[in-house]
Each structure stands twice: as structure tokens, then as C-alpha cells.
Design a protein around this ligand. Structure first.
Ligand code: SAH
Length: 360
């Protein structure tokens, strides 16, 4: 008979951990201790959690486990960017990218295997959608970075594969752990969620979480945005912009970060810049211009560096802080829009898994 799957403690934030321990008839502070062991100290063996009573450790081992993703591929880039592929189960892999830059060490985290949105310039879109990641699989990417790879971490951006707001609860829980004092202690300004613009979820996020917001804008009008970011047909700019403005309203330090991929002859003219300036009037904004990263089969080309700089200057003159995002890790396909979760080599995996009791 199939045994019931054990609960993976890796993905529980403080509230969930406390609730679980109370359900077990235990004091909530033991739950906080376990959280701290896992995420602050990187300990995933119950027996090593010396301030947790022995009987409780045995009880935990019965019903729970601490399962971390396995690194199956590890690829450094010439520029210090580092990508690794994590295996989640026998059919699903995701990539995380570590980007050192001066004092900053940013991890780009995935939220889904594949993506269900169909942005025309993104290679993740080409592979379709497989499934949501659990909160354990999302925070597992951070855990692996800090505790397996020994990399420092100052910032997390939910800008890997997938649309994070389409996997709302798991992403929020994982971001809670990133900000948790007992875990990674990242401030609300150092955890950024990037969305293509799922408007109701932006309002909901504003109620339950305090993080920084980045939005993939890519076009200054609905007609063009409908083509580049098709979710715009459902949530057009006249709904998206107010939702973003509301998100930053209560914090004077906050700005919306807009992502704008520079596509040659598509969205990069002076006229587009002017339209963009008008669109963002009244919204505290920071603009990230992203040179387009090509991938096989794409019809798009990146704007030239000169065009990007002219576009940037126009925005700057209008008072919009604008930077051109450095392309990092492009020699290892780790740049924006180049992540592909490979779902290959099943036969080998199945061999490896044969003989183990199936979990799912
Ligand atoms: N789904 C979320 C998270 C992905 S973040 C979102 O849309 O925001 C990845 C960022 O890289 C997004 O701004 C995305 O639009 C951008 N991007 C995708 N493909 C790209 C490409 N080929 N070149 C440059 N940027 C790309």
C-alpha cells in the first residue's frame, strides 16, 4: 500500500511551521527552532537539531522530512555568473542563476517549470508549462545557493522561469522565508517579484506581503503590448498601471521597476519613449532596459547599444531613472529569457528510480 507522503519542512514559513507543531501538540517555539536549523544553519538531519527534544525529533522523522533539490548540472560563466540545474523529480528540472556584482549577490529564482504565458520574445514560453513549484522547491533554490554552493546572497529576484503570481501561495510562502529573521533576513527591498501583470494578484500581493515589485512592461500601448505580452488582453494597461501605483503608494522609498526588453524596430523608437513617459506619469518608476537576448528560432533582434542609450536618455530627461541591464551569463544561456528547464533523458531517470518505492 502506498504510504502517505511525508510533509517537507523545507517549504514552511514561520506561521506554517508553528501551526504544524501546534497540531502535533507541541510548543510553537520548537517549530521556530527547526526553521532556524534548516535555513540559518543548513541542517537537514533531525538528529543534529540538538535543542529539539529527542522524542520530538523521533516524532518529526515519522511524519516529516527535509528534502532539498539535487544539483544535477553546475555551470560557471566567464563573467562570474553561475547557473545550476536542480532536479525536482524524475521529470522536472529548473535553473537558478547566481549573479555577483560588486557588493551585490543576486539569485534569480524560478517559480514554475516552464510558463503558461506566451510572451513572444521569451524562450521559456516556447517550452510550454509543466507545473508549479512547491514553496519547498522555490526556497530550496535559495537553500542550495547558501548551504550547498556556499555563495553569499544579498538579493533575490523572482525572475527565473515561470510567472510567480500564477503560483501565488507557494511564492508568497517562500518569500516569507527569504525575509524571515530566523532564516535569510533579506529586507523587503531585496526581495523582488517580477510579473507580466496579473492585476488581481498584484492587489492581493499588496495585502499579504511586503516585497519589491517589478513588472514586465515591454510596450507603451495596448496594441503593441497585446502582441508582445498576450496577458495584456486580459489585464490592459489602464488596469495594470493603477494596480502598480497602488502597490507603491504607502512607501515613499518604493518605486515600481519596469522591465522593457529592447526589440529592434518594434518598441524602441523615440515615439515609443515619448508614449512611455506619458504612460508612467504620476507613478514612481525605475526603468530597466533589457537588451534582447536571442534564442534559436526567434524573429526578434536586439536594438543597437546606441539606440538603447538614446532611448534611455529620453527617459532620464523626463525624470525616469533608467538603467540598461547588463547582459550576464549569456555564454551559458543564463540571461533573461534564456532559461529552459530540460525534461530530457527520461529513460535514464526511470532506471535510477526503479526499485525505489514510488512517492507520487
Ligand atoms: N514571468 C515573469 C518573470 C520572468 S522575469 C515576468 O514576466 O516578469 C524575466 C524577465 O526577462 C521578464 O521581464 C521577461 O520579459 C524578460 N525576458 C524574457 N525573455 C527575454 C529575452 N529573450 N531577452 C531579454 N529579456 C527577456
Amino acid at each position: 500500500m502506498a504510504t502517505e507522503e511525508k510533509i517537507n519542512l523545507l517549504g514552511l514559513d514561520r506561521a506554517a511551521m508553528e501551526a504544524l507543531f501546534q497540531e502535533l501538540g507541541q510548543k510553537a517555539f520548537h517549530g521556530r527552532n527547526v526553521l532556524k536549523w534548516i535555513h540559518k544553519h543548513g541542517v537537514i538531519d533531525f538528529e543534529a537539531m540538538t535543542d529539539v527534544p529527542k522524542r520530538l525529533r523521533a516524532q518529526l522523522a515519522e511524519i516529516a522530512e527535509i528534502r532539498v533539490p539535487e544539483i544535477v548540472f553546475d555551470q560557471p560563466s566567464r563573467d562570474g555568473t553561475h547557473k545550476w540545474v536542480l532536479e525536482l523529480d524524475c521529470n522536472n528540472r529548473v535553473e537558478s542563476v547566481h549573479i555577483p556584482d560588486g557588493d551585490r549577490n543576486t539569485l534569480c529564482v524560478s517559480s514554475q517549470v516552464g510558463c503558461s504565458l506566451d510572451c513572444s520574445f521569451c524562450s521559456t514560453a516556447q517550452q510550454g508549462f509543466n507545473r508549479n513549484l512547491s514553496s519547498a522547491e522555490i526556497i530550496g533554490q535559495v537553500w542550495v545557493t547558501v548551504h550547498r554552493m556556499g555563495k553569499p546572497l544579498s538579493n533575490v529576484v523572482m525572475m527565473g522561469m515561470g510567472e510567480p503570481l500564477a503560483n501565488f501561495d507557494a511564492v508568497v510562502q517562500a518569500m516569507n522565508i527569504m525575509q524571515e529573521d530566523l532564516a535569510y533576513m533579506l529586507s523587503k527591498y531585496r526581495v523582488t517579484i517580477s510579473t507580466s501583470g496579473i492585476v488581481p494578484a498584484i492587489y492581493r500581493l499588496n495585502e499579504v506581503s511586503d516585497v519589491s515589485l517589478a513588472v514586465s512592461l515591454h510596450a507603451p500601448n495596448n496594441e503593441l503590448r497585446d502582441r508582445l505580452v498576450p496577458i495584456n488582453k486580459k489585464y490592459p494597461l489602464e488596469e495594470l498601471i493603477p494596480a502598480c501605483r497602488e502597490f507603491v503608494r504607502n512607501d515613499k522609498r518604493r518605486k515600481v521597476t519596469w522591465e522593457y526588453v529592447m526589440l529592434d524596430g518594434v518598441n524602441d523608437s523615440d515615439k515609443h519613449a515619448k508614449e512611455l513617459i506619458r504612460l508612467l506619469e504620476g507613478t514612481p518608476s525605475k526603468m530597466n532596459l533589457i537588451p534582447f537576448n536571442p534564442f534559436p528560432g526567434t524573429e526578434f533582434r536586439s536594438s543597437s547599444p546606441e539606440r538603447i542609450e538614446a532611448f534611455r536618455q529620453r527617459l532620464m530627461k523626463a525624470g525616469i531613472i533608467s538603467i540598461t541591464r547588463k547582459t550576464r551569463g549569456d555564454d551559458i544561456d543564463a540571461a533573461c529569457g534564456q532559461l529552459v528547464g530540460k525534461v530530457k533523458d527520461r529513460s535514464r531517470r526511470e532506471l535510477k528510480f526503479a526499485g525505489r518505492s514510488a512517492r507520487s
